[in-house]
Design a protein around this ligand. Sequence first.
Ligand code: MN
Length: 228
Amino acid sequence: MSYIFPPPNQTALPVRGTQDLFPVHRVYCVGRNYAAHAIEMGHDPNKEAPFFFQKNPDNILLDGEDFPYPGMSSDVHHEIEMVVALKSGGDNIRAEKALDCVFGYGVALDMTRRDLQAEMKKQGRPWEIGKAFEKSAPCSELVPANDIGHPVEGEVWLKINDEIRQQGDLNQLIWKIPEMIAYLSALFTLQPGDLILTGTPAGVGPVQRGDRLHGHVAGVGELKVNVV
Ligand code: MN
């Protein structure tokens, strides 16, 4: 037996300071996980359980590559987020054991066709067309937890053309990383290679062609992407 065409290349992220690659399995994203962002999107952060959506592994764009402004939208937004990378998984993982599954951390952008997402929300339809499009998940190299530990605080910001647009702190996450892993593992079988984008602080807004995006998570890393 042989494949009728070559199987797709494995999406992989570099690991800082090594020649190693982290092979990506799934990309989970948590919605509205900072109170100030929930409020700016018109929601009450106190009334809502967290929720998840997915991007496709091959939507990942590597640090330093260009982000091509996608079609079918005139309102593409930036959402800067810390990403958690899993080296192991399972079902019904207890929060107290969840950090054992974490390989490391990185910096990601959850690029969003906000106009399409808003239309889908209004119609009660899935968000894929707003969230899971080509190159919609720029992601930095990963840094192993063995090197930096498990960050629970630290500034998160995004600059566009050297101006601060988003700013927050990991200590503002409504659902903490062990809770997210535990919650997700009750819904899905988590696997080595899974990524979790942990939500964005306030200040989301549109990008334009020509913009230089620079994301930062203190103690974790940097991500630089140009919009073309
Ligand atoms: Mn997001």
